[in-house]
Design a protein around this ligand. Sequence first.
Ligand SMILES: [Zn+2]
Length: 518
Amino acid sequence: MAFLSILGLAVFLHGNSDHRHQSDSSNSSSSSDPLAKATTSEATSISPTDTLFDDPSLPADAKDVIISAGFECSLPAVKIVKLTPSQYEVQSTQKVATGGFYLLLRLDGVAGRTVQLDFKGSPFDKWGTATPQYTYAADLNHLTGFQSTTQPSTQPREEYRARSRAIDKPALPDTNGQQWHFFSNVWHESGEICLRQKFEQDSAFIALRVPYTPEYNDAYLATLQRNPNVEVIEVGKSKENRPLKIVKIANEVRPLGQQKPCILIYAREHPDEQDCSWIAQGAVDFLASDDAQARAVRERADFVIIPLLDPDGAASATHENIISTFDVDKGTPESLAYAAWFKKWVDEGRRLDLAIALHNPPPGAAFNVACPMMEPEEWRFKQCLQLHAVILDNLRKSGYTVRTDPWGKGSASQRLSGWLSSNYGTLVQPYEVNSLTPRQQLDLAQLREIGKIMACATSLYLSSDQAKMLFAQVDQTRKQRNEWQAKTSPSSEASNNALRAEFTYQLNADQRARVLSR
Ligand SMILES: [Zn+2]
């Protein structure tokens, strides 16, 4: 694994004489139950935060646990405070109002040791009941660290419905057969989340959501190279020279009027939002398979899927990088490469009817899936609602929770989806997908299954009669654009800058109308 930087990571060493340290044999055995302690603290008037955890079985000369951040996909803005050789406090040096902070740490030197971690202060105080996960996988860029030999578990979903709102811990799926597991011993104190675990191996990764790294993406897409059902295309390079990759699941171009609808699903325009890459990967896995259902879906629609839109942003665990660069004045190597590819796609006469932009909300959002924003124009809003009803119905049938109404209406014209919408008439539907709802958490197998269901549901909607009005408007937008372009010649700058080329078309709407009426 490549450590990009450990800057910003400070380990403050306190001696065992730390004033907060109390030798408390009743709390130093790994069999003690900190959750019980936390809930009974009022009665006993012992605040659990006053009682530090020190494992008496740890040899006196044991080395400190090494806790690292700042490697690929790990935000370096973390401060580690050693409270005892077995207890460490994790603080964020970056204050995030929403709690949307992506946590990924590496622990070394933990084999056979019971370690307590306290995630303290903002933004961890906004994580609600979120339960972190861990893996002993040696390499986050390798496929083996994310394999699942099991079908998505249905057990927690049934359990979910019966759970009382008073329960302050989420239902957790059985992760047997998977590489990432939920910490079982997690409790909440005021303003912090604490966990205690006996580790079996020397190194472990801890994350709030399972990371999906750029190198893992490359390794995963390389497995599809000989798959006849999909084509992996490198559309360009990022600023830091990482490949920008698109998965195409589409047949030959058919004559106008006989083409299948085409659906774009893309993840990580907010590059630290890991959940959405696993959804996109689930859709690719399913569509690439020889499963009879997958064949039927491929018959209904073509797909373009981007599991990781912003690999540079992902590597540095930033929240915003290329997201709002699909604008004539803000072009980057990434947005120019993607825009050029989609422009060529449309110029070749291919369809592009729907763009699903995947996000994940901060922990604590109540639903597994919610639509944050639908297109405001009345009849397009109606299309969005109808599409959402099909997605909602299919997800709920499989036990996932879906918010019925969108959070609001609006458009984001400087994002990829908004740019496609304004130039090619593509309907935009963003989705927030959340593996960390307060009453139920999802594992990788379940996130991948949501991707499969979204691929099925979107293709069902687009092959229904309801969607015919959408095609008519997409066709009309395209027709006007093509007529305009046939009658005008782009500037030399615009001919190799897709953002500028389409902007010219957008800018001259009045002029366009005059040209077209001649
Ligand atoms: Zn987002």
